[in-house]
Design a protein around this ligand. Structure first.
Ligand code: NAD
Length: 368
């Protein structure tokens, strides 16, 4: 039996609360014969309190050795005054950098039971299931020169540089096409080739990789501004959207809001494929933060964290049946009206974090 090594980094605030619910799900799959080996370590403010760093070298080594890292959330007002280099977020940035996580996958799924929580009409979002693949380590957030200078005439000038190389575009393109092959077989590539040189190169490289390696997958090119418009007009036309760091940041937030609550949004960050094993380094985390306003009160919605584990089942371990079953269990629990306060409808009694985790385990049992 294959053993999947998971490193759990619960972090701060509601991180540990939602991670506990994932541990219940891991335990359930383990009892059903799926081999999971888990280790737990500190990250963020909790690591700072114990070790005066936001993640230790030992935890980094464990992350490097794991098949997948499950990350809760970090930060909170308690650590507002700590030195910049060891602030809680630095732990996450170190993980992303040292594990080489260049592809950020953010699904936007609208469960029928929650369609009314979206700001768009039910018929536009009900049953939505798309993924945005965002390039995470290049582009205008990292390009040099990046500076703010004062000119001789007293004016200031700010410069950010949008830069991409062929290799950076090729590897993110392959992630998007590989993903589409496991879904509905369509990729929409988004850039601004009408006004940006990086957009011209992006479009050329995506087209070349498509022709040479993925001609069985449908490809369309959509200018980023039009893509934003189409996402709110008719989001169900998309399957996988691949785009750069800046446009991905914006488009994934638009897509997120189609689905309702922050407590529902999982994500994955993937690294390069190991040529020998075919495995990728991977970190799975909810999109939300540590929610200090509700931490410690059992109010947090654990579905974003549980959904992140579902993505690990699918993308790191190839356990597609198990991932489908977990998705179905979540959908059934929502449809039964078992919901935390953030997604409870009018007149509905909200339940706590643990109740949702327990209900999902019960539903998994019922589905098997
Ligand atoms: P947040 O996501 O923590 O919270 C925003 C709002 O959404 C809050 O009202 C919160 O109660 C609610 N919320 C978030 N997750 C929820 C859940 N699972 N269930 C129910 N309600 C939920 O963002 P913020 O308030 O801007 O930031 C709080 C702290 O988290 C800050 O220190 C910030 O730096 C940090 N943060 C960390 C990450 C991360 O670890 N990746 C991401 C974003 C923010």
């Amino acid at each position: 039996m294959a053993t999947h090594k998971l490193l759990l980094l619960p972090g701060d605030g509601i991180g540990p609360e939602v991670m506990r619910e994932v541990e219940k799900i891991v335990g359930w799959f383990r009892k059903r014969g799926v081999g999971f080996e888990t280790e737990t370590d500190l990250v963020g403010g909790s690591a700072y309190d114990a070790h005066k760093v936001s993640i230790t070298d030992a935890a980094m080594a464990r992350a490097d050795a794991a098949d997948a890292v499950l990350f809760g959330a970090v930060g909170g007002p308690k650590w507002d005054g700590v030195p910049y280099e060891v602030r809680p977020e630095a732990g996450l940035l170190r993980l992303r950098k040292e594990l080489g996580l260049f592809a950020n996958l953010r699904p936007a799924i609208c469960y029928p039971a929650l369609a009314d929580a979206s700001s768009l009409k039910r018929e536009v979002v009900e049953g939505l299931d798309i993924v945005i693949v965002r390039e995470l380590t290049g582009g205008v957030y990292f390009g040099e020169p990046k500076e703010l200078v004062t000119l001789e005439n007293g004016q200031q000038r700010a410069v950010d540089t949008q830069v991409y190389t062929t290799g950076e575009i090729e590897r993110i393109t392959r992630v998007a096409f590989d993903l589409a092959k496991k879904r509905r077989n369509k990729v929409s590539s988004s850039e601004k080739s009408n006004v940006m040189k990086t957009g011209v190169l992006w479009r050329q490289v995506v087209s070349r990789i498509h022709k040479a390696e993925f001609s069985d997958v449908a490809l369309e090119h959509v200018l980023a501004d039009n893509c934003a418009m189409q996402l709110v007009k008719n989001p169900k036309q998309f399957d996988v959207i691949v785009t750069d760091n800046l446009f991905g940041d914006i488009l994934s937030d638009i897509a997120a809001m189609l689905t309702g609550s922050l407590g529902m949004l999982p994500s994955a960050s993937l690294g390069a494929e190991d040529p020998q094993t075919g495995k990728r380094k991977a970190l799975y985390e909810p999109v939300h933060g540590s929610a200090p306003d509700i931490a410690g009160r059992g109010l947090a919605n654990p579905i974003a964290m549980i959904g992140s584990f579902g993505m690990a089942l699918r993308y790191s371990f190839g356990l597609l049946d198990e991932a489908d079953r977990l998705d179905k269990a979540i959908a059934n629990v929502l449809a039964a009206g078992i919901r935390t306060k953030d997604i409870a409808g009018p007149g509905m009694n909200a339940v706590g974090t643990q109740d949702v985790g327990d209900a999902i385990v019960k539903e998994l049992e019922a589905l098997s």
